[in-house]
Design a protein around this ligand. Sequence first.
Ligand code: ADP
Ligand code: MG
Length: 353
Amino acid sequence: MSTSVALTKVYKRYGDVEVIHGIDLQIDPGEFVVFVGPSGCGKSTLLRMIAGLEPISGGDLLIDNQRMNEMPAAKRGIAMVFQSYALYPHMSVYQNLAFGLETAKVPKPEIHQRVQRAAEILRIEPLLKRRPKQLSGGQRQRVAIGRAIVREPRIFLFDEPLSNLDAELRVQMRVEIAKLHNDLGNTMIYVTHDQVEAMTMADKIVVLQGGIVEQVGAPLELYNKPVNRFVAGFIGSPKMNFLDGKVAGGKVQLGSSAIDLQRPAGAEGSPVTFGVRPEHITLREGSGVKLADVRIDLVEHLGGSTMLYATTTDGQPLTIAMEGQQQIALGTNVIAHVDPARTHVFGADGKAT
Ligand code: ADP
Ligand code: MG
């Protein structure tokens, strides 16, 4: 009963300026899909075209295999939740939830039933009589989500709904929205610039940059096998380290270290970018192969882990994440090791080799 969405060669132009450059995407029924990418990459534009709030300049939008390009927004069976809650300040929570249904001439008893059910799902029943100004930020955002639920849409769209909340509340609401998806089972598309939200919430992540799709995949697929340097640097926190190197004798030459990847590294003599995540570097002798001699410049104690900021002998910065509480003096010289299987190599074009 859930709904599929398909985009084929979808373009968006504002006058002469093209901002979405032909996107193909398949969203399966009941999937939680996250569009993630830096500000201005086209996430909202794409979402608004799916919602029907923005005309599609080229290509096709199919919802349940039916072409929707010209279908008015109200008839697409979609409800959208925005970053700004835009609740009516003079209305109670109940009235805020009921308003859209009243306008649509839904019978009163049914409105009551839908509002009660949404309030139950979101656990805001005790708040129904309050005005928005008597609610916390998280409660307001829940009411905004409630307004989407009462419409019983086929698809939920979220555009950075948690950006106005403080860090702690964001984590809490992230879990609530994930639960909501589990409970309702609807297809949901969620836009964020925050890769942690994308990693924790998505069945499928769509990484966008400059109006194109860089990669589509499950969170761990993107983490383990980024197809290019952009995705490698965007997904994962702290960020992947990138070191300049070149291919020599079938190995990756980084300063005085030659790393045998035990897989093809690229064309002999070509410049490459070597990528390794901070959590995949170890200082333990005898584990993996030598990456570089490094000097420790800064140590961050996070309690559960220790972050080391180091510099290689040829002057390249390297972040190392270690479990637990490590006592390392600044200025110490150590040897960083890596497991070749957990490293990445990108050619001059940025593509993973
Ligand atoms: P995101 O949501 O990823 O931050 P947007 O989808 O809002 O990005 O914007 C994508 C690009 O389209 C940006 O370069 C933005 O400047 C441009 N854009 C958005 N809306 C308009 C508009 N109404 N007219 C012209 N350009 C626009
Ligand atoms: Mg946006």
